[in-house]
Design a protein around this ligand. Structure first.
Ligand code: COA
Length: 554
């Protein structure tokens, strides 16, 4: 085995470049052309490839060092079969050849040469930025658009990032000014001369580009200027982990090709990762730490409601301020918890909703007849106690609705009690207090208890125990309106009854149409636990019970 120097190859005209990432350590085994270092000039980052296969014996540079062609950056023991147990080389990323790097470095210089000649039109002018020569590269995919319409940029700010199989390059802005239309999209393959971006460029002593905004009411539409003066700064959500950052659409991402490839392999969104390298550069360690923290959060079931766990693509937010004024406010604890619960249920439960109308004409006459009695007792009798009672009876008769599924143990948990949650709309969010042993309580008791719990929910006075243990939930929008809806099952329960507003309808009695007060019911259920026929039985039974409330007494 012979020791061999690892030298900086021809940098294609670039004089001195900075080491921004050391990709190997002493003892690592590498294949020929595996990336050893990432270096960066002002415009491009390039990986320096290993001259052969073997084992790294020494690395003599560190992040921040400046190197030039011919400098020795390390030593390696040559060996045809690198073998070894190094994890790092597993990315399979092939570093650029000397020729590639030369081409890239030259392209930076050419970018300067291709600044189009200005077209004058008063204090500012319109320019179309074209793709500069990408020597050696053609049809290079755009992997990132670094700016958004309305952004203000300085000369040399990155407009888009392109990536060949070997290197990543940012195409710099040749002007200072305001971004107009962006003429390419992520994934487009671009070559020299193609129109890239339209810009409004300020001429010296000319107007600010802001006043030349394309929209007539451009005042409120410029990013970062849309908040009226005096408004507090947008609060930033607390990071969920050291590496988590809220995504910043259009934000610049500084990362080398190997890091980008690694992020792509993990499906990690680089705009969400905080770089710990020089100038905020994202390193492999940052990607790994981010992926690890996301996995931990998913396992703890605390993935943020925006998605992103278990391979679910994250919903990317645009920069809303480009469309008009915005304000941001933190979600309340209740709202955030509800969002997570809804998402968990929506993603885990195969939902089906069964609809039915119950004839509550007689029930309503009976209920209204209780008004005086209610006033005496200080309790208002609404349709809700009847619904609670009818659901308790249906749960007892069709016990397949009074279960939870334990998929891990492949067991059905059958409950021998009937506790029902009622969804309460409160100013601070949706709350679901639970009425225990509904089957054992009378209508007045249920009326008093549901009114008391709903008030406690509105006053934020509910104790945790008062919100636990439900077998089933009723969500009534009947006091508000609507004809039907599809409620989301409150997991681990397996069904929820949605109630809409009762309305007079013509009902055929076999001879004539009769005006009857019909109550729309929407039963959503977990199709893993309940089959469709049982759901139809459940709503039919509810309809019978509410249609003839004497049967509730039986
Ligand atoms: N059809 C017609 N009218 C109805 C009705 C229905 N299905 N349900 C209730 N009403 C009537 C009531 O009788 C009452 O009218 P009245 O004053 O003339 O007697 C009025 O609507 C208001 O009733 P409300 O105070 O809402 O009492 P309730 O017992 O029916 O409901 C709650 C109590 C807690 C369920 C209800 O206040 C609530 O918060 N609902 C919203 C739940 C929610 O947001 N669900 C969505 C979850 S995604």
């Amino acid at each position: 085995m012979s020791e061999q120097e690892i030298k900086v190859p021809d940098l294609g005209g670039a004089d001195e470049v900075e080491v921004i990432e050391v990709l190997v350590s002493q003892g690592d085994s590498v294949e020929e052309e595996d990336p050893i270092l990432t270096v960066e000039s002002d415009k491009a980052s390039v990986e320096l490839p290993s001259p052969g296969a073997g084992k790294i014996t020494k690395i003599t540079v560190k992040v921040g060092d400046k190197v030039k062609e011919g400098d020795v950056v390390g030593m390696m023991e040559a060996g045809g079969d690198a073998g070894g147990s190094d994890d790092d080389k597993g990315t399979g990323e092939q570093a650029g050849t000397d020729k590639d790097q030369e081409a890239k470095a030259q392209s930076e210089d050419k970018a300067e040469e291709t600044k189009p000649a200005p077209k004058k039109s008063g204090g500012s002018r319109k320019e179309t930025v074209k793709v500069p020569p990408l020597d050696g590269f053609d049809n290079v995919p755009v992997i990132e658009i670094n700016v958004s319409e309305g952004d203000e940029v300085e000369v040399d700010d990155a407009l888009v990032t392109v990536e060949s199989d070997k290197a990543t390059m940012e195409i710099p802005s040749p002007f200072a000014g305001k971004i107009g239309k962006i003429l390419v999209s992520e994934g487009d393959k671009i070559s020299e001369g193609l129109d890239l971006v339209e810009m409004t460029v300020v001429e010296e002593g000319g107007e600010e580009p802001a006043s030349e905004a394309e929209e007539p009411s451009g005042d409120a539409r410029q990013e970062g200027k849309s908040e009226p003066a005096g408004k507090p700064e947008e609060p930033k959500p607390a990071p969920a982990s050291a590496t988590y950052e809220p995504p910043t659409p259009g934000a610049k991402v500084h990362a080398g090709p190997a890091v980008r490839k690694l992020a792509r392999e993990f499906g990690a969104d680089l705009t969400r990762i905080k770089g710990s390298g020089p100038k905020g550069r994202i390193l492999k360690d940052d990607v790994q730490a981010y992926v690890k923290s996301q996995l931990q959060q998913t396992q703890q079931g605390s993935t943020v409601a925006g998605g992103g766990g278990a391979g679910i693509p994250v919903v990317k937010l645009p920069d809303f301020s480009q469309f008009g004024d915005i304000e941001r406010e933190s979600m309340s604890r209740v709202m955030f918890a509800t969002a997570n619960n809804m998402q968990r249920s929506w993603l885990n439960v195969p939902h089906v909703t069964q609809f039915e109308d119950a004839d509550i004409t007689d029930m309503e006459s009976f209920r209204k007849a209780q008004k005086a009695a209610g006033e005496k007792k200080g309790v208002k009798m609404t349709p809700l106690p009847f619904l609670l009672k009818a659901c308790a009876t249906a749960l007892a008769e069709l016990p397949q609705f009074n279960v939870s599924l334990d998929m891990e143990r492949k067991e059905v948990v059958r409950k021998q009690y009937i506790h029902i949650g009622i969804a309460v709309d409160t100013p601070h969010g949706l709350m679901v207090p639970v009425i225990r042993d509904v089957d054992k309580k009378g209508l007045w008791e249920l009326a008093a208890e549901s009114a008391e719990l709903a008030q406690k929910a509105r006053d934020k006075q509910l104790k945790p125990a008062e919100m636990q243990g439900a077998c089933f939930t009723i969500t009534s929008l009947g006091g508000i309106g609507g004809t039907a809806f599809t409620p989301i099952v409150n997991t681990p329960e397996v069904a929820i009854l949605g109630v809409s507003k009762a309305a007079m309808k013509p009902v055929w009695d076999g001879k004539d149409f009769q005006p009857r007060l019909m109550l729309p019911l929407s039963l959503s259920y977990d199709h893993r636990a309940v089959n469709g026929a049982d759901a139809a039985r459940f709503t039919t039974l509810l309809s019978q019970l509410l249609g003839d409330i004497r049967s509730l007494l039986l």
